[in-house]
Design a protein around this ligand. Structure first.
Ligand code: NDP
Length: 284
């Protein structure tokens, strides 16, 4: 339970909608365990009010905001500064207000890198399979490139859409979903970034062909609801190590909180927030 007083630093999330967000649970648990005087609230901001929300937050002395769908791109023109990685990704999910200005960051990529390390998946100098080319895949691809992968073999339903985003990247090779035949020859780490298999439509996978999964040595499926997607199940049945996206979700919040406060989040706080998050996500 947070004690709010005159010194409480206000943090929050802007998005449309925000009703189902899990961010307050994570951030307020961290504050509770680490004894920080912060309070994190959801703010439902309509598209036409994004600029006003950022200016208003600065005027109110709000210390930090997360930004979620659909404002991750549209918020960028209203920030005083943007971190290099967020600029490259072209999306901001964290805004820090300091010294009269505000700076945007992207912690989705940082959260993903932390999950990758926790999972023990080594990607340096490897060819990595990425399935999907939406907003989340964009953060994942930039994270992988920052870890010096040899190349990314990216499979997406719409090659045209993927080429619009990644067409200029020399280390990203783009194929349709069924294009893996003749391309995959050995075993690969794989990141599943489509929304296919997300609850409640859990009995589908972006790729169903059993032969594909013979080429997969490990998977992070960034979906976290259900805990095991069909993609993960098929990969697991072919001997791959499989992980869902809950740690990515947790760690992007931890990285944001650290940016907001300038202090490291304790291991105890991460553990407790992770436990509560898992209970909230998988309670049914
Ligand atoms: P987008 O809408 O930006 O992208 C969706 C992706 O899924 C595209 O590649 C799209 O292909 C593909 N896709 C959608 N429907 C189908 C289909 N029927 N068949 C094949 N491909 C399909 O979504 P996001 O990138 O924002 O999110 C994707 C997933 O990642 C969501 O499930 C979300 O929950 C999860 N996520 C997890 C996070 C975490 O922290 N763990 C963070 C952010 C997202 P096409 O380009 O052809 O349309």
């Amino acid at each position: 339970m947070i004690d709010i007083d005159g010194k409480t630093a206000v943090l929050g999330l802007i998005g449309n909608p925000v009703e189902h967000t899990l961010s307050p649970l994570i951030h307020n648990t961290i504050a509770e365990v680490d004894g920080n005087n912060t309070a994190y609230l959801p703010f439902h901001v309509y598209d036409e009010n994004v600029e006003m929300a950022i200016r208003g937050a600065g005027a109110l002395g709000i210390k930090g905001l997360n930004v979620t769908v659909p404002h991750k791109k549209s918020v960028m023109p209203f920030l005083d500064d943007i971190d290099e990685l967020a600029e490259k990704i072209g999306a901001v999910n964290t805004v820090v207000f300091r010294d009269g200005g505000c700076k945007g960051y992207n912690t989705d990529a940082l959260g993903f890198i932390r999950e990758l390390k926790e999972a023990g998946m080594c990607v340096e100098d490897r060819s990595v399979v990425v399935v999907g080319a939406g907003g989340a895949a964009n953060a994942v691809v930039h994270a992988l490139l920052s870890l010096n992968v040899r190349e990314i073999l990216l499979f997406n339903r719409s090659v045209e859409k993927a080429e619009k985003i990644f067409g200029d990247f020399k280390d990203v090779k783009i194929y349709p979903l069924e294009g893996w035949k003749g391309v995959l020859t050995g075993k690969y780490p794989c990141i599943q970034c489509t929304s296919v298999g997300l609850a409640p439509k859990v009995e589908v996978s972006p790729i169903e062909d059993e032969e594909f999964f013979e080429h997969i040595e490990s998977v992070i499926d960034i979906i976290y609801r259900p805990a095991e997607t069909k993609f993960m199940r098929l990969a697991g049945e072919h001997g791959a190590k499989v992980f869902n996206g809950l740690s990515m979700l947790l760690y992007q919040a931890v990285e944001s909180y650290q940016l907001f406060t300038g202090e490291k989040v304790s291991d105890d706080a991460v553990k407790k927030a992770g436990k509560r998050l898992a209970e909230a996500v998988w309670k049914n």
